[in-house]
Each structure stands twice: as C-alpha cells, then as structure tokens.
Design a protein around this ligand. Structure first.
Ligand SMILES: Cc1ncc(COP(=O)(O)O)c(C=O)c1O
Length: 400
C-alpha cells in the first residue's frame, strides 16, 4: 500500500497553488471567477529576453551546464549585486537554481540538522516553514502585527533566538504583506544578530524591484558588512522580469555554504534549464528600462486596491511599500453571518464565503501564519481589480 514518507507527512500542499487551482476549476465549470490568488506578474517577459533564449537555442546552448550555473550568468549576477546592492562577490560565491524556491530549499537541506530552529517572521511566504520541516528542522514563527507594519521588532527577534537557532529568513518586500524594511529597520535587526554569531541570515529579496513611493531598497549584508560572512542574499528573475515560468533563481553568500549547495544539486536536480540561463543573462545585463515603469504601474494598482478595500465594511487595508500584494485585516467581519447562514469565524471562512458569494478568490491569512487577514495579489488588470474590489465591498455589505 502507498504511504508518504515521514518527511512529506510533516508538510502541507501550497495553499496559494491550491486556491489558484480551485479558482481555475470553478472558472472552467462556468462560474464568473476573478482570481486574486496567484503570485505572478500579469505582463509578458520582455522581448529582448525572449530573443536571447531563441538565440541560445539556435546556437545549440542546449546541453548540460555546470550544475549551479553557467559562468556567464554567475558573472552577470556578481555584476548585479555590485551595481544594485553595493555587494562584492566572486563567481565562486554564486549559486543558480531552477527558481528562487529551490535556492531556499537547497540552502536549508545543505545546512539544517534535526532540532535546528529557523526563525520565520509571520506573515510568511507559504513555503518557508514547510521547506524547513522537509529539511528536518523546526520552523519558529515570529508573529508581527499590522500595528508594526508587519515588520519584526528587535526585542521580539532577541526573544525568539535560542542556542538552537540556525537561520532567520528575512523577506523584504514581503509576500504576503508587501511590507519592506528600511535601512534603519535592518540596522536595528542587525544589531541583534551581531550578538548571536550562530545565527545565519537568509534574505529573500525576490521583490527588490517592486517598490513604491521612492522607497529605498536595502539588503542586510549591505547595511551591516559584519554579517556578510553568514548571510545568503537570495534573488531571482521571476518577479522583476516576469519570468516565473522560466525557472531561474540565484543567490550569493559565503563560499563554504555555496559549495555545500553545489554538492547537493550535483546529486539531485543538476543545472537549471540552459536556455533559461541565457535568458537570465540578458535579463540581468540587458536593458533595465521597463523595471521602473512596471513598478509605477503596480503602485497605481496598489493605490486603487487599498482605497477600495478601505471603503468595505469591516475591512482595514494597510498601504504596503512593495511587492504586488495587500494584506487587509478582516477583523471587523469575524463573528458576522454570511448570506449562506454561515457564521464567519476565521479568515478561511471569510475567503471561502467570498469565493462562493462573489467569485473572488483570495488567500486566507492562516496560510501565511497570521490571522485574521487575507492576501490579495493585485497583479492583474485595473478593470478586473475594480470589479473584484466592488464585489468584495458588496459581499462585506451583506454580512450581518
Ligand atoms: C517571497 C518569495 N520568494 C521566493 C519565491 C519563489 O520564486 P520562484 O518562482 O523563482 O521559485 C516567491 C514566489 O512566489 C516568493 O513570493
């Protein structure tokens, strides 16, 4: 009889992928559904990047490559970190994998032992705790609050660190809250981390280029160079260059860690797609001219969504600094009764009733470790966003 491994039984399927699949199935069955659940840009990969991939195919760049990336891409990544983040790395400190997700997984599997703790600030990207558990470690959820802008506070970080803490995962701008840490925020966290030399820092900078209102992006190894030797700075082309399907993520960090990650993938996935790697070389080294206009476009959508959600009975939506998500509170709706007669006790009930009543798919906050909230991805057209937010307003009005 089939049975899952003990490691797999520790984890749950991705809630965001699950809800997107449910929304797609309802749509296929003829329901009028607006899915605000998927975490990917709605625009196409820029042409110069596509052309680089086509050229790679024509040039026969279709063979195995070094498992952790072609030298040309590693160099483009070294140049990117120097140019955009003021961080100096050698190509031997760079690891490329089939997406940002595998980069994080590779780092955790290469380093975490049973009993090791990994601090994961909540709300968190759904995959962090499960990847920690797959690696055999213990995720330690560090709750934030909307009052603190969903950012961890130095005293809370200090209290969460134990002798068993191996990693802390930072993510700025954040999926799901959109919150981003300022230089001063990171400085204060760095001061705590300097006191705990056993703690390594994995910073997920995936949404670096999606920042608004002249927010200045910084990353922790840049803010505190003394942390450079225990920081893994992770990034990818998925969100910034609308390349989610191409599967390229990358990271740079201390050489022994990068070597260990390389050893791991030499026996598992081997290299990411050779053609995607050449496309990523162009993404990082070619024109960057669409990045700022894209951020402006997302900023306008953020403003639209925040404003409309704050007009809905019982909702409160903070204004995030980046990414393409908002994380409104549904506190004012908890305890009310939906048109189906169901009492809304949790954010999962809220999301379920909203989907049934108005066909709007959002992801409940419990999936991200912090309730009673829900996540909206606004990476969709203004017309669809307006329609979805009107439906949410209408739904909230029906709650008694
Ligand atoms: C915070 C964060 N990190 C990493 C990833 C993974 O990106 P990729 O698609 O490159 O695996 C995502 C994707 O949703 C994300 O939101």
């Amino acid at each position: 009889m089939f049975s899952e491994s003990a490691a797999l039984r520790r984890i749950a399927p991705s809630a965001t992928i699950g809800i997107s699949a449910k929304a797609r199935a309802m749509k296929a069955a003829g329901r009028d559904i607006i899915a605000l659940s998927a975490g990917e840009p709605d625009f196409d990969t820029p042409d110069n990047i596509k052309e680089a991939a086509i050229k790679a195919i024509r040039d026969g760049k279709t063979k195995y490559t070094d498992p952790d990336g072609i030298p040309q891409l590693k160099q483009a990544i070294v140049d990117k970190f120097a140019r955009e983040n003021g961080l100096t790395y050698k190509t031997s400190q760079v690891h490329v994998a089939p997406g940002g997700k595998p980069v994080i997984y590779n780092a955790l599997v290469a380093t975490v032992n049973p009993g090791d703790e990994v601090i994961v600030p909540a709300p968190y990207w759904v995959s962090y705790p499960d990847m920690v558990m797959l690696a055999g470690g213990t995720p330690v959820s560090l709750l934030t609050s909307d009052a603190d802008g969903f950012k961890i506070q130095p005293d809370a970080l200090e209290a969460a660190i134990t002798p068993r803490t191996k990693w802390i995962i930072l993510n700025s701008p954040s999926n799901p809250s959109g919150a981003a840490y300022t230089r001063a925020d990171l400085r204060a966290l760095a001061d705590v981390l300097l006191r705990h030399p056993q703690v390594w820092i994995l910073t997920d900078d995936m949404y670096e280029h999606l920042i608004f209102d002249d927010f200045e992006f910084t990353t922790i190894a840049q803010v505190e160079p003394l942390l450079y030797d225990r920081t893994l700075t992770m990034n990818g082309v998925s969100k910034a260059y609308a390349m989610t399907g191409w599967r390229i993520g990358y990271t740079a960090g201390p050489e022994p860690l990068i070597k260990a990650m390389g050893k791991m993938i030499s026996q598992t996935t081997s290299n990411p797609c050779s053609i995607s790697q050449w496309a990523a070389v162009e993404a990082l080294s070619g024109t960057q001219e669409f990045i700022k206009p894209n951020a402006k476009l997302f900023q306008a959508r953020r403003d639209l969504v925040v404003s409309m959600l704050n007009q809905a009975n019982g909702l409160h939506c903070p204004t995030p600094e980046g990414a393409f998500y908002v994380y409104p509170s549904a506190r004012g709706c908890i305890g009310k009764t939906a048109p189906t007669g169901t009492v809304i006790k949790t954010d999962e009930d809220f999301a379920g009733e909203l989907l049934e009543a108005e066909g709007v798919a959002v992801v409940h906050g419990a999936a991200f470790g912090l309730s009673p909230f829900f996540r909206i991805s606004y990476a969709t057209s203004n017309a669809e966003l307006e329609d979805a937010c009107s439906r949410i307003q209408r739904f909230c009005k029906t709650l008694r």
